[in-house]
Design a protein around this ligand. Structure first.
Ligand SMILES: [Zn+2]
Length: 261
């Protein structure tokens, strides 16, 4: 599932492909998308110029010359495909944006859970999102405030996009391993030292993933992660078998030796 580094990478690809161009047409190729992109939304998009592409958490925001914003969320398996509008659309394309220079940007999504929504001028209704962990101005006090109100496990708290925007199941597990924090520890009870270590670890795992982000999340994950999807394999730090537990209906992977309470 794409998280902050993968969405950042996708937004960069999108920006290169669409910035400053005009939307000639938008085609909806899957019925699930029609609810958010009815004909009147498509009519508003035609002829609009794309003035900027930004990422907020795991959302990609295309600002348009009309003042509207097109908001894309990949959910589980979304990704961009950039090709020529003249060639037939590929398999699993759900939405295709055709641009005035003949380039086509397609949302490819085997599971079809991605969302594409047009927000009218001034009505960008993103859910409440916490700060971006890659923002250098973010201080540990902000994280501390958010965690102090959460009497759930730290792993579950990190999946809450109101705590930090963009961190998901993979990088939460990786960061907790790096910071040597038990994923079952109660969020509000983490010491100041652990909070600081956790923020550093989150930034480190995201930076590492961004450096690799040419490496896409769909590729074989072997060697990419320290604990994620490594149940039963040895911890690279201590050799203990990585354990998998379920928290809030999601798998958590951790080292029972390095990440003791
Ligand atoms: Zn270990």
């Amino acid at each position: 599932m794409p998280e902050l580094p993968e969405v950042e990478h996708a937004a960069r690809i999108l920006r290169t492909a669409v910035l400053g161009k005009t939307v000639r047409n938008l085609r909806v190729l899957h019925r699930a998308q029609r609810r958010h992109l009815p004909p009147r939304a498509i009519a508003r998009l035609r002829g609009a110029r794309i003035t900027s592409v930004d990422r907020r958490g795991k959302h990609q925001l295309l600002s348009l010359s009309t003042g509207d914003t097109l908001v894309v969320h990949f959910r589980m398996t979304g990704d961009w495909l950039v090709d020529d509008a003249a060639v037939p659309v590929s398999k699993y394309v759900r939405v295709a944006i055709e641009l005035d220079d003949g380039v086509r940007v397609s949302l490819v999504d085997p599971r079809a859970l991605s969302t594409v929504t047009l927000h009218r001028d001034g009505s960008t209704l993103l859910p409440a999102l916490g700060p971006d962990p890659t923002d250098p101005s973010l201080r540990v006090e902000t994280l501390r405030d958010a965690l102090s109100r959460r009497r759930v496990s730290i792993k579950v708290a990190l999946l809450d996009q109101r705590v930090l925007a963009g961190v998901g199941n993979i990088y939460a597990a990786e960061a907790l391993w790096l910071a040597r924090i038990d994923p079952r520890a109660i969020a509000s009870s983490l010491s100041r030292a652990r909070q600081a270590r956790l923020l550093d670890a989150i930034r480190a795992v995201l930076a590492k993933a961004q450096r690799r982000s040419a490496g896409r999340y769909r590729e074989d994950g072997v060697g990419r992660f320290e604990v994620y999807d490594r149940e039963g394999l040895p911890c690279s730090r201590c050799g203990t078998a990585i354990r998998r537990i379920v928290q809030a209906a999601r798998s958590t992977y951790y080292c029972p030796f390095c990440q003791r309470r």
